[in-house]
Design a binder for this molecule. Structure first.
Ligand SMILES: C[C@H](O)[C@H](O)[C@H]1CNC2=NC(N)=NC(=O)C2=N1
Length: 101
Protein backbone atom coordinates (compact mmCIF):
# COMPACT_ATOMS: atom_id res chain seq x y z
CA UNK A 1 0.00 0.00 0.00
CA UNK A 2 1.25 3.49 -0.84
CA UNK A 3 2.44 5.50 2.17
CA UNK A 4 0.28 8.48 3.12
CA UNK A 5 1.78 11.99 3.24
CA UNK A 6 2.11 13.31 6.81
CA UNK A 7 0.61 16.67 7.74
CA UNK A 8 2.71 19.46 9.28
CA UNK A 9 1.56 18.65 12.82
CA UNK A 10 2.64 15.02 12.43
CA UNK A 11 5.96 16.08 10.92
CA UNK A 12 6.51 18.56 13.76
CA UNK A 13 5.95 15.81 16.34
CA UNK A 14 8.55 13.58 14.68
CA UNK A 15 11.03 16.43 14.37
CA UNK A 16 10.76 16.97 18.14
CA UNK A 17 12.71 13.73 18.49
CA UNK A 18 15.16 14.46 15.67
CA UNK A 19 17.38 17.38 16.71
CA UNK A 20 19.10 19.06 13.79
CA UNK A 21 16.50 17.93 11.26
CA UNK A 22 14.12 20.41 9.69
CA UNK A 23 11.21 20.47 7.29
CA UNK A 24 11.04 22.70 4.24
CA UNK A 25 9.92 22.51 0.62
CA UNK A 26 8.24 19.17 1.31
CA UNK A 27 11.49 17.58 2.49
CA UNK A 28 13.18 16.49 5.68
CA UNK A 29 16.71 17.87 5.69
CA UNK A 30 19.79 17.58 7.89
CA UNK A 31 23.36 18.78 7.48
CA UNK A 32 26.07 16.76 9.25
CA UNK A 33 29.62 17.87 9.96
CA UNK A 34 32.39 15.24 10.19
CA UNK A 35 36.06 15.31 11.14
CA UNK A 36 37.18 15.33 7.50
CA UNK A 37 36.35 14.36 3.93
CA UNK A 38 36.91 10.60 4.22
CA UNK A 39 34.76 10.56 7.36
CA UNK A 40 31.96 12.30 5.44
CA UNK A 41 32.26 9.80 2.57
CA UNK A 42 32.29 6.85 5.01
CA UNK A 43 29.03 8.07 6.54
CA UNK A 44 27.55 8.48 3.06
CA UNK A 45 28.45 4.86 2.18
CA UNK A 46 26.97 3.60 5.46
CA UNK A 47 23.72 5.49 4.83
CA UNK A 48 23.63 4.34 1.19
CA UNK A 49 23.92 0.72 2.35
CA UNK A 50 20.98 1.21 4.73
CA UNK A 51 18.98 2.89 1.97
CA UNK A 52 19.46 -0.05 -0.36
CA UNK A 53 18.26 -2.40 2.37
CA UNK A 54 15.17 -0.24 3.06
CA UNK A 55 14.60 0.51 -0.64
CA UNK A 56 14.14 4.15 0.28
CA UNK A 57 16.68 6.75 -0.74
CA UNK A 58 17.54 10.23 0.49
CA UNK A 59 19.59 12.63 -1.62
CA UNK A 60 23.10 12.61 -0.14
CA UNK A 61 25.57 15.42 -0.87
CA UNK A 62 29.17 15.46 0.34
CA UNK A 63 30.92 18.82 0.53
CA UNK A 64 34.43 18.31 1.96
CA UNK A 65 33.70 17.50 5.63
CA UNK A 66 29.90 17.83 5.47
CA UNK A 67 27.12 15.52 4.42
CA UNK A 68 23.74 16.90 3.42
CA UNK A 69 20.69 14.63 3.65
CA UNK A 70 17.39 15.54 2.02
CA UNK A 71 14.47 13.16 1.66
CA UNK A 72 10.85 12.84 0.67
CA UNK A 73 8.85 10.08 -0.97
CA UNK A 74 8.87 10.22 -4.77
CA UNK A 75 6.03 7.73 -5.18
CA UNK A 76 3.50 10.10 -3.55
CA UNK A 77 4.62 13.07 -5.62
CA UNK A 78 7.38 14.34 -3.34
CA UNK A 79 5.74 14.55 0.08
CA UNK A 80 7.04 13.53 3.50
CA UNK A 81 5.72 10.14 4.64
CA UNK A 82 6.49 7.69 7.42
CA UNK A 83 9.11 6.14 5.15
CA UNK A 84 11.05 9.42 5.39
CA UNK A 85 10.70 9.83 9.16
CA UNK A 86 11.76 6.20 9.66
CA UNK A 87 14.77 6.67 7.40
CA UNK A 88 15.73 9.93 9.15
CA UNK A 89 15.55 8.17 12.53
CA UNK A 90 17.84 5.37 11.34
CA UNK A 91 20.24 7.86 9.72
CA UNK A 92 20.43 9.80 12.97
CA UNK A 93 21.49 6.63 14.84
CA UNK A 94 24.12 5.80 12.24
CA UNK A 95 25.45 9.35 12.16
CA UNK A 96 25.90 9.38 15.94
CA UNK A 97 28.11 6.30 15.61
CA UNK A 98 30.29 8.20 13.10
CA UNK A 99 30.72 11.13 15.45
CA UNK A 100 28.73 13.39 13.11
CA UNK A 101 27.44 16.63 14.58
C1 LIG B 1 11.31 0.75 -7.29
C2 LIG B 1 11.71 1.29 -5.95
O1 LIG B 1 11.17 0.51 -4.94
C3 LIG B 1 11.22 2.71 -5.76
O2 LIG B 1 11.61 3.52 -6.86
C4 LIG B 1 11.68 3.34 -4.44
C5 LIG B 1 13.16 3.52 -4.36
N1 LIG B 1 13.55 4.55 -3.43
C6 LIG B 1 12.74 5.56 -3.13
N2 LIG B 1 13.18 6.60 -2.42
C7 LIG B 1 12.40 7.65 -2.15
N3 LIG B 1 12.91 8.65 -1.44
N4 LIG B 1 11.13 7.69 -2.58
C8 LIG B 1 10.58 6.68 -3.29
O3 LIG B 1 9.40 6.76 -3.65
C9 LIG B 1 11.40 5.57 -3.59
N5 LIG B 1 10.94 4.55 -4.27
Amino acid sequence: MAPRPLNETQIGEVLGGLPGWSFGEDRLVRQYRLDGHLEAVALLVHIATLQERLDHHADLTVTYDSLGVSVNTHSVGGKVTELDTQLATRIEEIAAGHGAR
